[in-house]
Design a protein around this ligand. Structure first.
Ligand code: C2E
Ligand code: MG
Ligand code: MG
Length: 677
């Protein structure tokens, strides 16, 4: 992680170090220069004083010294006199040595007697002074001979000074050594003090700035953390469903891909379960979205509870979930898990004030048995899930290769259906509704059939869902209403009994705003009185948009047609609403009738529906009546109309016409309760 304060500290220490080094070098240079200049000046004046006072006595000796043999020179009496004068002059001063050279560079005199007679003509200091300039330098000496004694560890300034005649020409060179050790020590002390003070000042500045930077560091690191958290959250949201917290569809695709790659290596089976809640939309629409959300959360929790640690659960969107089962030992294990899930989901759920049950349909596909890549596996599980739904929901189905064939078949049917209406391939069958106990025909239901050129006559279970999905149901439904009305009118005109014909209306037809207009037009065209037309609606359709449905039904009632609720009891009718719907008739669902004699509960429900219909003053009819026991039961429980194979299967118009004629002439062959006694 980037730490501003660390970089700041490193940079600061380097900078402080550099400042102090530069400062001390600068200081040392400057002060040494000043010291030298000062000492040189004092040496020069000293030399001058010396020259003025004693020089005239020795100038001749010095000038002619080159002619004196070297060995004799130190013994000369002028040397002793000079030494005495020099010592007298320099007493109390910081001068530690004096030398005198003649113009040839010969050391004519030195306070250090050993040096007398030495040739210094090569010395640059000497040469400079010989030309008329003063030359100074500062040196450090560990040991130095000064006036007959040795001194140690000294800083010395040495100056070569020209001695001039009155006309200004140089006639000799003095060399003066002055001891500046005290001064240098003083300078060093001051330098140390300055460095200490500057260091403290810079240190304080550093601490002050460090605190600011540290604070900035903290801000940066908090911002950093916030940004990282945001990123994590965004990533989490992209991969998870916000409602249930489960991984989502994006996640699913990636994980399934990885799982399959692993399984290819380990040669293990992977099971994919594809879930869909049955009739979730109805719950959502009737109880509200909050309840729907709550339901999804409960279901998600139940799936997670059943799943093992290694299983991966996803919400794909809406009411669809998937589970990836990795490392399956047997394909049957997937079915076992699916069954456990179905059982768990089917347990009742408390949703706010409602206690209810939902069921799920699950499709299973196995890698590599059913498919070897992600797409095919998902398609397979999805197809299997649809099969589970077709098989009556609340169950699971496994993928089989013929599901593909089913999909192709469905596609072919869809293409064929596009042309069916125009090719006049639809027809209506009619099934009588009879009154109990007389067995008289009191109505008929028009049921759609399709003469498929390839497959022959098809019942709606083979093609109705395709019509719904493609919305072809709108024009086909209109054709059904028109054909049924025209047929009824034809029978009436032929002098047969005047009775009501009922037509099934699907949800999408009912939601289509033009339905009222179409019904009115068709009745007008056909010249059929509205009371001879009945529209059969399904429960679910009424619950999806209750208020819209009531409005629609009121408009239809205004026309004068009859309205019934088909398959009553199979859906999620809310009894709260039932009395608000302007319906005339309830049609008890066929499943209750078929189990009437075997399931106590179904008998009780049938009885309850009958009581309800009476209480609300509604007509009641039972459909799917196949035997006399059922008929007997229904009659004794107050159901006064029935429909079913016991009386007649749905038949083509011509045949139905014959049934009506027989009825008209009193030769009805239909069963009646009376007859069965
Ligand atoms: P539905 O309206 O409940 O129609 C009754 C269904 O039960 C018919 O099936 C009929 O043949 C069948 N049935 C009648 N009596 C018995 C019996 O005693 N035992 C058994 N097992 N079945 C009996 P069908 O004709 O196959 O129609 C199935 C469903 O298709 C209908 O159920 C209805 O919901 C829908 N349908 C039929 N025609 C149309 C139509 O023109 N438009 C729309 N939207 N739906 C239609
Ligand atoms: Mg019906
Ligand atoms: Mg029905």
């Amino acid at each position: 992680m980037f730490k501003l304060s660390r970089y700041f500290s490193i940079a600061s220490f380097l900078a402080i170090g550099a400042v102090i080094t530069v400062l001390s070098l600068y200081y040392r240079n400057n002060t040494t220069d000043a010291l030298m200049a000062h000492q040189t000046r004092s040496n020069v004046s000293l030399a001058k004083t010396f020259a003025n006072t004693v020089w005239p006595r020795y100038e001749g000796f010095v000038r002619s010294a080159s002619e004196i043999p070297k060995a004799e020179l130190p013994q000369r009496k002028e040397i002793d006199a000079l030494r005495a004068d020099v010592v007298a002059q320099m007493k109390g001063l910081n001068v530690v040595k004096v030398k005198i050279y003649n113009l040839d560079g010969l050391t004519v005199f030195s306070t250090d007697a050993k040096q007398i007679g030495v040739d210094k003509s090569d010395n640059t200091g000497f040469q400079k002074a010989r030309r008329g300039d003063v030359a100074s330098s500062i040196t450090f000496r560990n040991e130095f001979y000064a006036f007959e004694r040795y001194i140690v560890d000294r800083n010395l300034v040495t100056s070569y000074i020209p001695v001039r005649k009155d006309d200004g020409t140089v006639e000799a060179v003095f060399e003066l050594y002055s001891d500046v050790t005290d001064l240098v020590e003083e300078l060093n002390r001051t330098q140390t003090q300055i460095i200490v003070v500057v260091s403290i000042a810079l240190g304080l500045l550093y601490v002050f700035l460090y605190l600011i930077v540290k604070h900035a560091d903290k801000i940066i690191s908090t911002q950093d953390q916030v940004r990282r958290e945001n990123e994590d959250r965004v990533r989490y949201q992209a991969y998870h469903d916000s409602l249930t917290g489960l991984p989502n569809r994006v996640n699913f695709g990636e994980r399934l891909g990885e799982t399959i790659t692993r399984a290819k290596r380990t040669k293990n089976l992977v099971g994919l379960l594809y879930f869909d809640l049955d009739r979730f939309k109805v719950v959502n629409d009737s109880l509200g979205h909050d309840a729907g959300d709550q339901l999804l959360r409960v279901v998600a929790k139940r799936i997670q509870d059943i799943a093992r640690e290694s299983d991966m659960v996803f919400r794909m969107g809406g009411d669809e979930f998937t589970v990836i089962l990795e490392n399956l030992r047997h394909a049957e294990d997937a079915a076992r898990v699916a069954q456990r899930l179905i059982d768990s989901i089917a347990e009742s759920i408390q949703l706010f004030d409602h206690r209810m049950t939902v069921t799920a349909s699950i499709g299973i596909a196995i890698f590599p048995t059913d498919a070897t890549d992600v797409d095919a596996l998902v398609k397979g599980a999805d197809a299997a899930m649809y099969r589970a739904k077709q098989a009556g929901r609340n169950t699971y189905a496994t993928y089989t290769a013929d599901l593909n064939i089913q999909a192709i078949e469905r596609f072919t049917l869809e293409t064929e259906l596009q042309h069916a209406l125009k090719n006049d391939e639809f027809m209506l069958y009619y099934q009588p509704k009879v009154s109990l106990p007389s067995g008289q025909i009191v109505g008929m239901e028009a049921l759609l059939r399709w003469k498929n050129p390839r497959l022959g006559l098809l019942t709606p279970d083979k093609f109705l869902s395709i019509l719904e999905d493609t919305r072809l149901i709108i024009p086909v439904g209109e054709w059904v209403i028109r054909t049924a009305c025209q047929q009824n009118k034809l029978w009436q005109d032929a002098g047969l009994i005047h009775t009501r014909i009922s037509v099934n209306v699907s949800a999408s037809q009912f939601r289509d705003k033009s339905l009222v207009k179409i019904v009115r037009e068709i009745l007008n065209e056909a010249g059929l009185e509205p009371r001879f037309l009945e529209l059969e609606l399904t429960e679910d359709l009424l619950i999806e948009d209750t208020y819209g449905a009531i409005e629609m039904m009121n408009e239809l009632k205004e026309i004068g047609v009859f309205l019934s609720i088909d398959d009553f009891g199979s859906g999620y009718s809310s009894l709260n609403y039932l009395n608000q719907f302007p319906v005339d008739i309830l049609k008890i669902d066929r499943t209750f009738i078929s189990n009437l004699m075997t399931e106590r509960k179904d008998a009780e429900i049938t009885h309850a529906i009958a009581s309800l219909a009476h209480a609300l003053n509604l007509g009641l009819i039972a459909e799917g009546v196949e035997n006399e026991e059922q008929l007997e039961f229904l009659h004794s429980h107050g159901c006064d109309e029935a429909q079913g194979f016991l009386f007649s299967e749905p038949v083509p118009a011509e045949e139905f016409g014959r049934l009506l004629s027989a009825e008209e002439s009193g030769n009805s062959s239909l069963k009646s309760v009376a007859e069965s006694h």
